[in-house]
Design a protein around this ligand. Structure first.
Ligand code: MG
Length: 253
């Protein structure tokens, strides 16, 4: 009985289905124009790229060569590193400095210089580091003819990823890191569900291409994630060497 009803309904609606399909076909055909795939709104907002080495107009400038007002030590005391000649140099023994502002997903530009007169070797030569979220280190080191373990050389995500190439300049010369970073995401139980992802250019050369960070940087043992906030301060390492920084800015993504 039910089957007969369904058959009757189908027979009745069949002509309408045919006509409907015909019109869908026509309108689908009409969509195949250049204009049908053009998107005019919304328009991306305008950003003025910086002149020469200057930051873009929407960047948050963290250090412009004049002072460390955007930075502090871990205990919240004023950053005691040495600001001079448009740069800031590690003041050994004072400890890491951190931004007062917290960041999650960012584009970061930072320039650094390892000391030309450092005659130490390996990890002792021009060591510092850029700590994303205060915990994931991009190594700063003099890696120009200074062999050390590959996952600890300049540009490595320390003991986590070896850089694709060694794009280091000589000690005493200014170098840059341009970093595109996505913070990790955690679930309600505190387990990482999307690891941190990073792309790094060293002096304009890609050295990490969208690699996943494996966990908190540590000197000893496998790296593991610890649940943390989406936004955390950016840190620079005091490793006892007179490494200098300048022109530090971020764009929040
Ligand atoms: Mg370091």
């Amino acid at each position: 009985m039910k089957k007969t009803m369904i058959n009757k309904c189908l027979k009745k609606s069949l002509p309408f289905l045919i006509i409907f399909s015909f019109f869908i076909g026509i309108s689908y055909g009409q969509e195949k124009t250049p204009e049908s795939t053009e998107i005019w709104e919304p328009q991306p907002r305008t950003v003025e790229p910086g002149e020469g080495n200057q930051p873009p107009s929407d960047a948050i400038v963290l250090f412009d060569g004049s002072d460390l007002s955007k930075w502090e030590h871990q205990d919240g005391s004023p950053a005691e590193w040495n600001v001079h000649e448009g740069m800031v140099t590690v003041e050994p023994g004072t400890g890491m400095i951190f931004t007062k502002q917290e960041f999650g997903d960012i584009q970061l530009h930072i320039e650094f210089k390892t000391p030309a007169d450092d005659h130490d070797e390996g990890q002792g030569k021009g060591n510092s580091g850029v700590f994303l979220q205060g915990r994931y280190e991009i190594q700063v080191l003099d890696s120009d003819e200074n062999k050390t373990y590959s996952n600890g050389q300049a540009g490595s995500i320390y003991k986590d990823h070896i850089p694709l190439v060694n794009a280091s300049r000589k000690a005493g010369e200014w170098q840059s890191y341009d970093i595109i970073y996505q913070a990790p995401r955690f679930n309600d139980e505190g387990r990482v569900i999307i690891p941190a992802q990073i792309t790094v250019l060293h002096n304009g050369v890609v050295i990490h291409n969208r690699v996943n960070i494996q966990g908190n940087t540590s000197y000893i043992g496998a790296h593991q994630y610890e649940e943390h906030e989406l936004k955390e301060p950016l840190g620079l390492q005091d490793h006892g060497d007179l490494v200098s920084y300048r022109n530090i800015w971020v764009r929040e993504l």
